[in-house]
Ligand binder design. Structure first.
Ligand code: SAH
Length: 248
């Protein structure tokens, strides 16, 4: 079981597979006022940076599920490196429908809300693992500017304009689900650059090391077009943020 290969190539050197920098991830951990021994579930945990650093900084206990064997292996190495392997576990698997036996205080999904069929379904899924009074934490895109055409949305690698809302609309949508938004940390253009531009050097290094790989043509095409596409579209139109929610 694995994710499409392109992600395992372009994001192989990322610790954080979303548009937050390490600083912003630390800000989020502090903003949530995590108490020691709080159990945190992370669906689509990537390379485990959130759970590992929060275990180190706040003494949480974490479980992460991710479909990429590569990212899951990297998460385990990171836990060893930060000395938190006794506090966090990383499971390789499909997180769709995943519910914990023991309820958690924080249930998170950052940048992987397709796991629950969209942000609404993911909130419903996370809620099943959450104990009363716990916090749901979701990382989700929103439009900074509404794309004038569907083609602009596609150039942002978004299926349709209607896939995402603008920030006020997204915040209001949580209210309609009977959740209070109790915190948020947003990406900005600089932190988006850390996520997107870091892929370019990774792709270039991969191409230099794997010139004869079947996949080289696809990676080359991406590296050639991505900087301009990103600067024209994603960077201008797409925002991204993490929202902490508590049921009313
Ligand atoms: N939350 C992490 C990773 C976000 S990238 C971070 O912010 O760093 C999206 C992640 O979802 C990738 O790690 C990918 O491997 C994982 N993923 C995609 N589909 C999945 C599924 N069905 N179940 C579990 N993980 C999945």
């Amino acid at each position: 079981m694995d994710i499409p290969r392109i992600f395992n190539v372009t994001e192989s050197a990322h610790r954080i597979h979303n548009p937050l920098t390490a600083d912003k991830l630390a800000t989020l951990g502090a903003a949530l006022r995590l108490e020691r021994e709080t159990r945190v579930l992370d669906l689509g945990s990537g390379s485990g940076e959130m759970l590992c650093t929060w275990a180190r900084d706040h003494g949480i206990r974490g479980t992460g599920i991710d479909m990429s064997p590569l990212f899951t292996a990297q998460a385990k190495l990171r836990a060893d490196e930060l000395g938190v392997a006794d506090r966090v576990e990383f499971i390789h698997g499909d997180a769709a429908g995943y519910v914990t036996d023991e309820k958690v205080g924080v249930a998170a999904c950052l940048g992987a809300t397709w796991i629950g069929g969209g942000v609404v379904g993911t909130i419903e899924l996370l809620a099943k693992s959450l104990h009363t009074g716990g916090m749901i934490v979701v990382g989700e895109p929103y439009w900074l500017k509404l794309p004038p055409t569907e083609d602009v949305a596609k150039q942002c690698h978004v299926g349709s304009i209607s896939d995402f809302l603008m920030l006020p609309g997204l915040l209001a949508s949580f209210g309609r689900l009977e959740y209070d938004v109790v915190e948020m940390v947003l990406a900005n253009q600089d932190s988006w650059d850390r996520y997107e531009a870091a892929k370019w050097l990774t792709m270039r290094r991969w191409l230099d090391a794997n010139p004869d790989d079947d996949f080289a043509k696809e990676v080359r095409a991406r590296l050639t077009s991505d900087p301009e596409r990103y600067a024209t579209y994603t960077r201008e139109y797409l925002g991204w943020g993490v929202f902490a929610l508590m049921a009313r």
